[in-house]
Design a protein around this ligand. Structure first.
Ligand code: SF4
Ligand code: SF4
Length: 463
């Protein structure tokens, strides 16, 4: 049976060394309909997100070049590294927990590679070249004008879509305003940007026109991690071997005798975008796209057998470990941890200060005794505007007994701007209790404390 499958998928089984194109039957069914809703919804989000602005900032932007990121309209700079590191940790924990509970559902349902491949590029291919048998016939047939036109049309559309994806991808990195400048200014002013668009266009075209399922089965590290992330409680797309075997063809007018429910029609294999036979057991190449569930359900309906010969099962269930029971509590706990972690990350993003700053005592200085008998310390302060808009501010010491005297008077931070300032903190000598006192300086904007900066105030004790 295996050889038959390979012949069907690859077209020319004798040339084993050369990678051959995989012909995938057009999928359809209940899960595919759900998948389209999810996929097209995410596609709209993916295409629209760089163009949406909140408070003048992009909804999402990951500007690695300028080390500036925007998440839900909140701008992050290298100073916010701790939030990013925490965000990355949360993403990693989420991946591990999500995969342990739901298997590789991310790959088949929400990964941009799958969404673009299955819901955009593959559909265009069906539209131009027909279903999988017609595609193979076309490839193996003589080189005619009709074939050349079909290929030209397909690859032109693939290139055009790759160009759009490349621009959207760049908009996520440099922001949509910079992208518009690349598009509208003379090419020589943005050679780097122009070259990037060309390179990304060719890269996406190569991935969606040729590399395809290899991304999921060989290149993507998440797929390769699966083996260590799944355990016997993990849900995954699987074939119910106990019910299906021994498989056997069902001929007209015959009963299935001692055979299992699988009639060996191969439809589950034909619709698989990674070219595997799910009846051979759990495989790393399976992206949980559910196309085989739909295909098999349709067959079971036709032969009047219960659906879900292929379905979502835990590894424990399909490996038939005696009285194996699904542990729903674990799924609930893992999901709760996921929600909790995402909540913390959301809090960190939205509670972040609009102004970042670092406050240091002026290099080499201790304290100064002033002619009026007060004592002062000199500080240097660097403030950075992270709000995405212009900000007016003032500096106020937390301790009302201290006075703040600016050396260079700055009260405004431009959008994305920073300011270096120096100031004195001045206190009465009789108020000084110890040589080093912990003090705070508040940065106040629109009547609210937007940043608290801590430092120390030095003065001779008991004076
Ligand atoms: S085995 Fe089924 S779920 Fe897995 S990739 Fe193939 S069609 Fe999709
Ligand atoms: S679609 Fe169902 S019946 Fe047909 S080969 Fe696959 S498992 Fe067997």
């Amino acid at each position: 049976m295996g050889a038959g499958v390979n012949e069907r998928r690859a077209g020319q089984p004798n040339q084993k060394k050369k990678r051959q194109r995989l012909y995938v039957k057009r999928p359809g069914g209940q899960f595919y309909n759900y998948r389209q809703w999810v996929g097209y919804g995410l596609l709209v989000f993916l295409l629209a997100a760089p163009f949406i602005k909140i408070g003048g900032n992009p909804f999402l932007m990951f500007n690695i070049v300028e080390r500036k990121f925007s998440i839900f309209g909140n701008i992050f700079y290298p100073q916010d590294l701790h939030i990013f590191v925490f965000g990355m940790l949360i993403i990693m924990v989420c991946i591990v927990l999500f995969t342990a509970v739901f298997g590789r559902v991310w790959c088949g349902w929400t990964c941009p590679q799958t969404i673009f491949m299955e819901l955009v590029f593959r559909r265009i291919e069906y539209w131009i070249e027909g279903d999988w048998t017609q595609q193979r016939k076309l490839d193996e047939g003589p080189n005619t004008d009709a074939k050349a036109w079909k290929k030209l049309l397909k690859h032109t559309i693939f290139l055009a879509i790759s160009f759009v994806i490349s621009n959207i991808f760049l908009a996520y990195i440099i922001g949509v305003d910079a992208l518009f400048r690349i598009m509208t200014d003379p090419v020589e002013q943005h050679i780097g940007g122009f070259v990037s668009i060309v390179i990304f266009t060719l890269l996406f075209y190569g991935v969606f026109a040729y590399v395809r399922e290899i991304v999921c089965t060989t290149i993507c590290p998440y797929g390769r991690l699966q083996g260590v992330l799944l355990d016997e409680q993990s849900m995954t797309v699987a074939y119910n071997e106990k019910r299906g075997e021994p498989r056997g063809k069902l001929r007209k007018g015959e009963t299935d005798g001692d055979n299992g429910d699988c009639i060996d029609c191969n439809l589950c294999v034909q619709v698989c975008p990674t070219g595997i036979d799910i009846r051979n057991g759990i495989q790393m190449e399976c992206v949980s796209c559910t196309a085989c569930i739909d295909a098999c359900d349709a067959v079971m309906e036709k032969i009047d057998k219960p659906k879900r010969l292929i379905g979502f099962y835990t590894l424990g269930e399909i490996e038939g470990k005696g009285e194996f029971k699904r542990n729903k509590t674990r799924q609930v706990i893992y999901t709760a941890i996921l929600v909790f972690l995402i909540g913390i990350f959301g809090y960190m993003i939205f509670s972040r200060s609009e102004i970042g700053g670092s406050l240091l005592r002026a290099t080499g200085s201790t304290y100064q005794i002033r002619p009026d008998g007060t004592v002062s310390n000199l500080y240097t302060l660097e403030l950075m505007n992270k709000s995405g808009h212009e900000i007016d501010f003032e500096l106020v010491p937390e301790d009302p007994d201290l006075q703040l005297q600016l050396v260079n008077k700055i009260h405004k931070l431009t959008k994305d701007g920073s300011a270096k300032m120096s100031f004195f903190l001045i206190g009465k000598r009789e108020n000084v209790q110890s040589y080093k006192t912990k003090v705070s300086v508040h940065v106040i904007s629109e009547g609210k404390v937007v940043e608290k900066l801590k430092t120390t105030f030095i003065a001779p004790p008991g004076s």
